[in-house]
Ligand binder design. Structure first.
Ligand code: GLC
Ligand code: CA
Length: 566
């Protein structure tokens, strides 16, 4: 594989509204991010992706952009942005922005002009179509519920398409003028010195241009809009053009948010010839999902989690790198999602950390993950802000659940779990703001916060620091970054093991994915422990040698990284 500057790094996602408030208005901002750059540097991260900070009406928390060239005033000014870039550079941190170009905001001037003259130049910037006698052109359901079609105000039979909220009209990528506008904007930001982009919802830019009905998949008579992606042909042409015209000249780092891609097409997305540098690996996140809605989801078992990761590594590692995550701003907290209720503690959190950081690919941490932040307990639907959770709540109600049941079912998946303020300390509002936070903090900030963990050697934060440092350690990085990943001890239930075979070193990850102790046996004659998640409490694990085997007694949820000696 051709080596790239980003391969050995660790990345970190900031959700700017909830990271750090620099001026006391209760909303995180650029000054707050600048304040915390030293913290990020100390953690060891070298790539920081910031969720959208552009001008926005915030219908979908900034993923509805009304001006791509402006910083929203709640986050600060363009001067603040320039300062952030400068300060980040001093600390060797690469800033990655969010690129939301499947759609814009209905307040964007392009859409405002399209409304005034749907048959004119800007009408062609969007998908504006005639309906069927006042009914939408087809029966696709938007990601946030309801039809993807909304009537154009003032017209009886004209509709515009929105895959997400109705305030997020889809941009018409078939129109070369739109594409050129987008590339121009990308180049403008790259000129400013950002390292690259995370590409939001990018597979949606190509539609099935027949715009026809599919068989309904729910009682509302609609069919998930994603269905059309199976028939949409030609997304790669758009993406290759964008790469050529906008990214390549700047050697930009690009990471795609890509659900619903065809596995046999992976080579077209990553690796030397792919349209992106990397894409996120969402395979564990798809587990337990249901077409019916969040209310119908199943909990994820350790074996399913493990097998999903095995499978995606097998698919991808000879092609290119995917980014490994356990959570992001659209997901519940990883520790609440992938660990059984009642077994979420620092030991099990460290185990997940170890798995995610040692798996082949680019590790991406989400703010608060490094201290083991958990899901929030929502007591009423009024505490929820997220547009998607509100939709799913109504879906649950419509399917016969009572209000308290629906609340419990959907808030476990709510995107707001990840959007509560970052827990910096046990000061009021978790030290996030001196004002009133825009979204209430998780009450457990007294126990879980950066300040408490910073100087404690056995904290989750300290463990992440060790993992990140090991990835950069010149001795082991070739195995951790490039080593082939091979499943190990697959016959064990509630266990995850894998080798990372580098050219010089062979490492073995052992994760006891259960609360019960167990003894595992590996067919190796000599090994050495590089990392032990329990060493602070119970001393280093023991390696008991017998002939050509080693027995290792493991605590519940213990994580071990071994170096195999031949
Ligand atoms: C992506 C974003 C999500 C947003 C959606 C629409 O999935 O991550 O937060 O709601 O796209 O832009
Ligand atoms: Ca602020």
């Amino acid at each position: 594989m051709k080596k790239k500057w980003w391969h050995g790094k660790t990345a970190y996602q900031i959700y700017p509204k909830s990271f750090k408030d620099g001026n006391g208005d209760g909303i995180g901002d650029l000054r707050g991010i600048i304040e915390k750059l030293d913290y990020l540097k100390e953690l060891g991260v070298e790539i920081v992706w910031i969720s959208p900070i552009y001008q926005s009406p915030f219908v979908d928390q900034g993923y509805d952009i009304s001006d791509y060239y402006a910083i929203d005033p709640v986050f600060g000014t363009m001067d603040d942005m320039d300062k952030l870039l400068l300060e980040a550079k001093k600390r060797n941190i690469n800033i990655v922005m969010d690129l939301v170009v499947n759609h814009c905001s209905d307040q964007h001037e392009w859409f405002q002009k399209a409304l005034k003259d749907p048959y004119g130049k800007y009408g062609k910037y969007f998908y504006i179509m005639e309906g069927k006698n006042g009914n939408p052109p087809c029966n696709w359901r938007s990601y946030f519920g309801g039809s993807v079609w909304e009537k154009l105000p003032g017209y009886n039979n004209l509709f515009y398409l929105h895959m997400f909220a109705k305030e997020q009209p889809d941009l018409n990528w078939e129109n070369p003028e739109v594409r050129q506008e987008i590339y121009k904007m990308i180049r403008w930001w790259l000129e400013k010195g950002i390292a690259g982009f995370r590409l939001d919802a990018i597979i949606n830019i190509k539609k099935d241009l027949r715009f026809q009905d599919f068989p309904a998949d729910r009682a509302d008579g609609l069919c998930a809009g994603t269905k059309m992606l199976q028939y949409a042909e030609g997304v790669h042409e758009f993406l290759q053009e964008m790469k050529r015209e906008a990214f390549e000249p700047y050697q930009a780092f690009t990471i795609g948010e890509l659900f619903d891609f065809r596995p046999e097409e992976l080579e077209r997305y990553i690796g030397g010839h792919g349209c992106f540098e990397a894409i996120f690996d969402f395979s564990p996140h798809m587990l337990g999902g249901s077409k019916k809605g969040w209310y119908d989801r199943k909990p994820v078992t350790p074996n399913e989690f493990r097998d999903a990761i095995y499978a995606s590594k097998e698919l991808s590692q000879d092609i290119g790198m995917m980014a490994n995550i356990i959570e992001n701003h659209d997901e519940p907290r990883g520790v609440s999602h992938y660990l059984p209720e009642g077994e979420i503690n620092e030991t099990s959190k460290k185990m997940l950390a170890g798995i995610s950081m040692m798996t082949y690919g680019l590790p991406f941490l989400y703010q608060g993950q490094e201290i083991g932040m958990t899901n929030k307990e929502f007591r009423s639907i009024d505490e929820v802000d997220d547009i998607s959770t509100l939709d799913e709540y109504h879906v649950a109600l419509a399917n016969g659940f009572k209000e308290d049941e629906a609340l419990k079912l959907v808030t476990g998946m709510s995107r707001d779990n990840a959007r509560t303020p970052m827990q910096w300390s046990d000061a009021p509002h978790a030290g996030f703001t001196e004002g009133t936070p825009w979204l209430a903090e998780n009450e457990n900030y007294h126990d879980i916060n950066v300040k408490e963990q910073q100087n404690r050697k056995d904290s989750v934060l300290s463990f992440y620091k060790e993992l990140i440092a090991l990835r950069k350690n010149p001795e082991y990085s070739e195995a951790i970054v490039y080593g082939q990943q091979m499943p190990a001890l697959t016959e064990l239930k509630n266990f995850m093991g894998f080798y990372r075979r580098g050219n010089i070193h062979t490492l073995l990850v052992l994760a006891n994915y259960q609360s019960k102790k167990r003894t595992v046996t590996i067919n190796e004659s000599a090994a050495q422990i590089l990392l032990d998640s329990c060493s602070e409490e119970s001393g280093m694990a023991k390696l008991i040698k017998a002939e050509n085997r080693i027995q290792i007694p493991m605590e519940g949820y213990q994580f071990l990284l071994l170096e195999i000696k031949e």
